[in-house]
Write a protein that binds this ligand. Structure first.
Ligand SMILES: *Cc1c(COP(=O)(O)O)cnc(C)c1O
Length: 366
């Protein structure tokens, strides 16, 4: 007999999720370009909504009725087909938990969201990585990775940590190649950052098929990551599964109020998107000028850029120099990216300084 409770082997094997850093090794506060948060903060309507009087003694609406109605109105979705979560993370977890377990497989592309392998491990399932193409998801490789044990396919689109994006034709081709008993999750955490003419068709697939779930979040362009609100939509049976698995009072009163207020200010979302695409393009240009030093970027549709370091300046040394200058960025050696840094797009002034530090370091390294 063991002398203490023994965790399930697959739980014991989990490497906890590693969040983006905000402090340097010597304890200084850094500008956090490591967690894809909105550099504009959030809409002032959110601040007002959170400050307005409410009763913390009372439980929140367990069904987030008003919030689901507002999301449904904005996106043209029946609110009965929407479920809210403690961030979209809770719903991604539920989607995997409902359909995969011991002996099953959960497939996704290499360089996907670092949460995905954790979701599979948490339920005892096997994460299966499909090879990427130029760092982006490759539909043919994803379909080739599917076996009779595959229960769920996860696609973050745009993808994190690369920012690559599959268009509607490719997402439809992926869906068409999956048997109807395999769940396709299209994780659209960065959808609000896409140019208005870009739509991967995920919401239309989720409206039309029994095996497609789309997840969205208020953590990125809406700028309320701290309030932990996300939502998912799909066929009634999928929404029913997530409702069974989610926490009973999973979105706090403050979170529901904040998300409602955030939805009302679409002008803020538009400003965030426009600022992001302009600053991202400017930063990408500056990195492109360092090509002779082995620096390059992978094209991104999201609010971050993956910078590759394939010359004398290593990603690790660059991260150290950026920390010295006051900036935290994301190094992901555990995701097969030891030669890259994921840098969240901050303000123009911040990105100009980051580019200047990288230029100085690249020139000094030779
Ligand atoms: C940030 C992110 C999320 C959002 O997580 P929340 O739990 O909603 O904060 C989901 N998917 C991807 C790919 C992300 O990068």
């Amino acid at each position: 007999m063991a002398d203490r409770p023994t965790p399930k082997a697959w739980i014991d094997a989990i490497h906890p999720y590693v969040p983006g850093k905000a402090k340097s090794a010597d304890g200084r506060e850094l500008v956090k370009l490591s967690a894809n948060e909105n550099p504009l903060g959030c809409s002032p309507t959110v601040i007002d909504a959170l400050a307005a009087a409410h009763s913390p003694a009372l439980y929140p609406d367990p069904d987030a009725k008003e919030l689901r109605a507002a999301i449904g109105a904005l996106h043209g979705i029946d609110p009965a087909r929407i479920v809210c979560g403690t961030g979209s993370g809770e719903l991604l977890h539920g989607a995997v938990q409902a359909f995969a377990g011991t002996g099953d497989e959960v497939a996704f592309s290499r360089y996907s969201f670092s949460l995905y392998p954790l979701l599979a491990h948490k339920v005892g399932a096997e994460p299966v990585l499909a090879e990427a193409r130029e760092y982006g998801a490759d539909v043919d490789a994803l379909l080739a990775a599917v076996t009779e044990r595959t229960r769920v396919v996860l696609l973050d689109n745009p993808n994190n940590p690369v920012g690559s994006w599959l268009d509607a034709g490719e997402v439809a081709r992926l869906h068409a190649g999956l048997s109807p008993d395999i769940l396709l999750v299209v994780d659209q955490a960065y959808a609000e950052y896409l140019a208005p003419d870009l739509d991967d068709g995920g919401l239309a697939l989720a409206a039309a098929h029994n095996n497609v779930l789309v997840t969205r979040t208020f953590s990125k362009a809406y700028g309320i990551a701290g309030e932990r609100v996300g939502w998912a939509t799909g066929a009634p049976a999928l929404v029913d599964m997530l409702n069974r698995l989610r926490g009973a009072f999973n979105v706090t009163s403050g979170g529901q109020r904040a998300a409602l207020a955030a939805l009302e200010d679409q002008a803020f979302v538009r400003r965030s998107r426009q600022a992001n695409s302009a600053v991202r393009a400017r930063f990408a240009d500056r990195i492109a000028m360092l090509g002779n030093h082995g620096l390059s970027i992978v094209p991104s549709e999201a609010n971050f850029l993956l910078v590759l370091f394939e010359g004398a300046l290593t990603a690790e040394a660059a991260m150290g120099a950026l920390a010295e200058a006051g900036y935290a960025v994301r190094h992901l050696p555990g995701q097969d990216l030891p030669h890259a840094l994921r840098i969240t797009i901050g303000t123009e002034a911040q990105m100009d300084e980051v580019a200047a530090v990288l230029r100085r370091e690249a020139e000094a390294a030779g």
